[in-house]
Ligand binder design. Structure first.
Ligand code: NAD
Ligand code: UDP
Length: 338
């Protein structure tokens, strides 16, 4: 089977491409490299000994998409391409709605014109807003997002669901990721954020390597076991394998399906600092700062549905996630050098 992976040069995409190749799929990556480097795919090829066909292209570019679809035959699309920086989305809402929403609408339109109606979409736990209950099951009502990025995910879920409802030839799987962290065991692939990291783990690894002098913890007065925010961190390789499992479901003509991809465990910011220090023998100096606007106290998944229906459960624990994130940062102080 031949799979189109949009955004496949990015953090989660590249790890997924690797797992797809190792499972025996042929992979074609489409990415505009706005937040990634082609070096990630070279590393995938080195680790797998297999070839990745790569198109530098934008999902907004209808002509280019038509050209690629006329040349290539695909059985399914895994759609990662999108902008994902929460803070930036507040500053540049139009750019986020255009890139993520107009981009996905263009992609989906080209897909249907070429009779490709199988899609796996990167959604996020952010669609639950401040969740009505934890652990969050897929039945938990969607909530108010606190930023345009989150709304793009929530709206695209609706768009894809409506398209599937109207045309039963579509198979649509919405995967709601919790907090992906960590890196490939080889230490040659990982997360490579631009500028000052927004997310906790890349910030911690940059403190560990001496690029930043301390971590600021955003608030210690939440209603959690130690006052700091609780999240469900998931190893990026586990997440990648979740996509391979979702493809099996697509093959069953599943219609519309929604799955949380999380571990079911919640860790606070202080738990992460402690686990990172213990796993790696490195000290992470930190200060307590004010809450970050839009943050919620607690968010963790019920991962039961993915277990029952996809036969998928996360295998890696928090110490692996911390050790692998550090191994990648240590070996690649400047990421892919983009
Ligand atoms: P990433 O930025 O590393 O990967 C996204 C890729 O999409 C990049 O390679 C970028 O160059 C590409 N891209 C962006 N706009 C494009 C366009 N218009 N045309 C073609 N390519 C384009 O991010 P990631 O962490 O790997 O996330 C992948 C997906 O998962 C995104 O949709 C993201 O919103 C979603 N997601 C990520 C997280 C997370 O914490 N990392 C959590 C939930 C959901
Ligand atoms: N966080 C923090 N300092 C940082 C970055 C994040 O204290 O420099 C906290 C944040 O408030 C949240 C958790 O770490 O409680 C995870 O944040 P991240 O941005 O990684 O993911 P989110 O769940 O917000 O998408």
């Amino acid at each position: 089977m031949r799979i189109l992976v949009t955004g496949g040069a990015g953090y989660i995409g590249s790890h997924t491409v690797l797992e797809l190749l190792n499972t025996g799929y042929e992979v074609v990556v489409l990415d505009n490299l706005s937040n990634s480097s082609p070096e990630s795919l070279k590393r995938v090829e080195k680790l797998t000994g297999k070839k990745v066909t790569f198109y530098e292209a934008d999902i907004l570019d209808r002509d280019k998409l038509n050209e690629i679809f006329s040349k290539e035959k695909f059985d399914a699309c895994i759609h990662f391409a999108g902008l994902k920086a929460v803070g930036e989305s507040v500053e540049k809402p139009w750019e986020y709605y255009e890139n993520n929403i107009a981009g996905t609408l263009t992609l989906v339109d080209v897909m249907r014109k070429h009779n490709l109606k199988n899609i796996i979409f990167s959604s996020s736990a952010t669609v639950y807003g401040d969740p009505a209950f934890v652990p969050i099951t897929e039945e938990c009502p969607k909530g108010q997002c606190t930023n345009p990025y989150g709304w793009t995910k929530s709206m695209l879920e609706q768009v894809l669901s409506d398209i599937q409802k109207a045309d039963k030839e579509w198979n649509v799987i919405l995967l709601r990721y919790f907090n992906p962290i960590g890196a490939h065991k080889s230490g040659t692939m990982g997360e490579d954020p631009n500028g000052i990291p927004n997310n906790l783990m890349p910030y911690i690894t940059q403190v560990a390597i001496g690029k930043r002098d301390h971590l600021t913890i955003f608030g210690n007065d939440y209603d959690t076991h130690d006052g700091t925010g609780v999240r469900d961190y998931i190893h990026v390789v586990d997440l990648a394998i979740g996509h391979v499992k979702a493809l099996n479901k697509i093959k069953e003509n599943c219609g519309l399906k929604i799955y949380n991809l999380g571990t079911g465990h919640g860790y606070s910011v202080l738990d992460i600092v402690k686990n990172f220090e213990e796993a790696n023998g490195v000290k992470i100096p930190y200060e307590i700062g004010p809450r970050r606007s839009g943050d919620i106290a607690t968010c963790y998944a019920s991962a039961d549905k993915a277990k029952e229906e996809l036969g998928w459960t996360a295998q890696y624990g928090i110490k692996d996630m911390c050790a692998d994130a550090w191994n990648w940062q240590k070996n690649n102080p400047n990421g892919y050098g983009k």
